[in-house]
Design a protein around this ligand. Structure first.
Ligand SMILES: [Zn+2]
Length: 201
């Protein structure tokens, strides 16, 4: 039976899974049937984790990373160097960089990249807030760590021209990252190299 023909509670679960990225109708069906047979506690743990994710987590006031309080774990850590801001497209990129253990500065999460064809302009991102952070003073370096894709590069270029008048030093990650790849899929060593070899924008 196709997922669309299912109804009731099982049909709803299949439908919800099917709305997730990368999950087709067959997989949605398989996951839903899996939940049907596992222990109740295991299935409810998933529901509870999703609920906690949406209710307890919001965005950091300063950098737009995920946070459980007003500030994220990075911004709340007094040992981080607030004079260096690493600009990433999304939280997953920040997490990938954090895993290298090489970076001691802070971040700014844009919430995406400029994509004119999808009508995503600067106003849909946290670009203004980044500019204000730099204008407040005290920032010495901005590391552009957008994805090495056409849109990621375009976003970095836009931001660097926007920040140009502030006089802040702008660098970007070295091309240890293969062009067209996604930061979240890069391995630790590749990201560490890219961070080390960053150069003037
Ligand atoms: Zn933060």
């Amino acid at each position: 039976m196709a997922a669309t023909e299912a109804n009731g509670a099982l049909g709803r679960v299949i439908q919800e899974f099917g709305r997730l990225p990368g999950i087709g109708p067959k997989t949605a069906e398989r996951l839903a049937h899996h939940l049907l047979v596992v222990e109740k506690s295991q299935a409810l743990a998933l529901a509870e984790a999703i609920r906690a994710l949406k209710e307890n987590i919001h965005l950091c006031r300063e950098c737009f990373n995920v946070a459980e309080g007003e500030h994220c774990a990075v911004c709340a850590d007094a040992r981080r160097d607030v004079t260096i801001i690493c600009v990433v497209e999304q939280t997953r990129d920040l997490m990938a960089l954090e895993k290298t253990g090489m970076y001691r500065g802070v971040y700014h999460v844009l919430g995406g990249r400029l994509a004119p064809l999808e009508n995503i302009g600067p106003e849909q991102l946290t670009v203004d807030h980044l500019l204000r952070r730099v204008q407040k003073g005290g920032v010495q370096e901005i590391i552009m760590a957008t994805n090495p894709t056409l849109e990621g590069d375009g976003t970095a270029l836009y931001i660097s021209s926007l920040l140009g008048p502030t006089g802040v030093k702008i660098t970007r990650l070295a091309r240890g990252l293969p062009s067209g790849s996604q930061m979240e899929f890069a391995n630790k060593e590749m990201l560490a190299d890219a961070l080390e070899g960053r150069r003037g924008f």
